[in-house]
Design a protein around this ligand. Structure first.
Ligand SMILES: Cc1ncc(COP(=O)(O)O)c(C=O)c1O
Length: 388
């Protein structure tokens, strides 16, 4: 069977082969992007689920509207404004199936085949693939310690004045772990305005900050309605419920709603009701504070283990998020390193997996510290040291 061009280009790469689940239960995985199951509010969700099935099954099991369950939309909107200062009168909010769907719907709504999108290089594979599936041209801009490098962005825009969109993960960038400072955020927005480009701000890690100062979202400075903000419940409640949201100018949300209708009609209504009740009945902020405490311990455990076992490697301890981006000593090839690490029963993701140009070289690896326990982190990083 011959596949459509848009999907034929998305080949399972050699890297994904390395990452296939190990058959050996002894293998420690530092390759996932998963939150810890300890961070799921499972007991509260069980009580709410029983209540919903008992009293509200006709609503929860019925079709809903594509924009999302109205009380959850309102609560999410109120929280986004209160916590992050985002959402103007002229904006609207749609509940999506994760932040991933915001990227997909934004691409579907704003981009034509052949359009240029500027993004960080490295960047989140799920978003890059969503963009690739719409046939857009990706132009990568490096991260040099403070998120997307603004001088390099200016250069990229000079070379590609036709760019339609800038896709950025400014807070605890995946995979680099970096945060774009406030002046750079302002400049990015100015540059986007000067070029008539949209900005997609992908921000699922914002609330997982373990130290340092909070930096406002680009969306909070968006006077012109140029920024689509992608939020997610995956890292603060649970990823399996598949809930996120887009906050963007109302006419754009209307088009994204039409795009969502032909995609999945609406996001899972049972979980939308459940999350709304969770937010109403329990203290989500206190829950997130517990997640932060858990992950900070694990981040510090990984930093300590790296100091002990990976001499010569370089990393910056991230102030938040779920990942540590480690440069191997001596310019070693991250892909070959991860292949050998797997033989030593530890899995990491090679930096090359996150590049805009598939098959490129990277001497970095991405390590996840949220899923493994501190004991597993110690064992896993020790094995990485042996691999080195
Ligand atoms: C930068 C970034 N954006 C979006 C997502 C998608 O998350 P979800 O669809 O679960 O909300 C992820 C998940 O790892 C991510 O790292």
């Amino acid at each position: 069977m011959e596949f459509a061009n848009r999907i034929a280009a998305l080949k399972p790469s050699a890297i994904r082969e390395i990452l296939k689940a190990p058959s050996d239960p002894e293998t420690v995985t530092l390759a996932a992007g998963n939150p810890s199951p300890e961070a799921f509010p499972a007991a509260e969700m069980a009580a709410l689920a029983a209540e919903i099935f008992q009293n509200d099954a006709p609503d929860a099991l019925q079709y809903g509207i594509s924009e999302g369950y109205a009380p959850l939309r309102e609560r999410t909107r109120e929280r986004a404004l209160r916590m992050h200062g985002i959402g103007r009168e002229s904006d609207d909010l749609i509940i999506t199936s994760g932040g991933q769907q915001v990227v997909e719907l934004t691409a579907k709504t704003l981009l034509n085949e052949g359009d240029t999108v500027i993004c960080e290089n490295p960047s989140f594979i799920g978003a890059l693939n969503a963009l690739r599936s719409y046939g857009v041209k990706l132009v990568g801009v490096p991260c040099r310690g403070a998120g997307m490098d603004i001088a390099a962005l200016e250069q990229a825009l000079r070379e590609h004045p036709e760019a339609k969109m800038i896709y950025t993960i400014p807070t605890f960038q995946n995979p680099a772990g970096e945060v774009m400072p406030l002046p750079a955020r302002k400049r990015l927005l100015e540059l986007a305005a000067a070029h008539g480009a949209a900005v997609l701000e992908d921000d699922p890690y914002r609330e997982l900050r373990y130290g340092g100062e909070h930096v406002p979202p680009i969306k909070s400075m968006d006077e012109e309605g140029r920024v689509v903000y992608a939020g997610s419940f995956s890292k603060i409640v649970a990823p399996g419920i598949r809930l996120g949201f887009a906050l963007a100018p109302a006419p754009l949300i209307a088009k994204m709603t039409a795009a969502k209708q032909v995609s999945d009609v609406h996001s899972n209504l049972f979980f939308q009701i459940l999350v709304e009740r969770y937010m109403a009945r329990y203290d989500l902020d206190a829950h997130i504070a517990r997640c932060r405490a858990l992950y900070k311990t694990r981040r510090d455990a990984m930093d300590g283990a790296l100091r002990r076992h990976m001499p010569g490697a370089k990393w910056v301890v991230p102030e938040g998020g779920l990942f540590l981006w480690v440069k191997l000593p001596g310019g070693r090839d991250g892909t070959e390193f991860c292949r050998r690490a797997k033989e030593k029963k530890v899995m990491a993701v090679p930096g090359s997996a996150f590049l805009t140009e598939e098959g490129g070289f990277s001497d970095a690896i991405r390590l996840n510290f949220s899923l493994p326990t501190p004991e597993q982190i110690e064992i896993g990083v020790e094995r990485l040291g042996q691999t080195l």
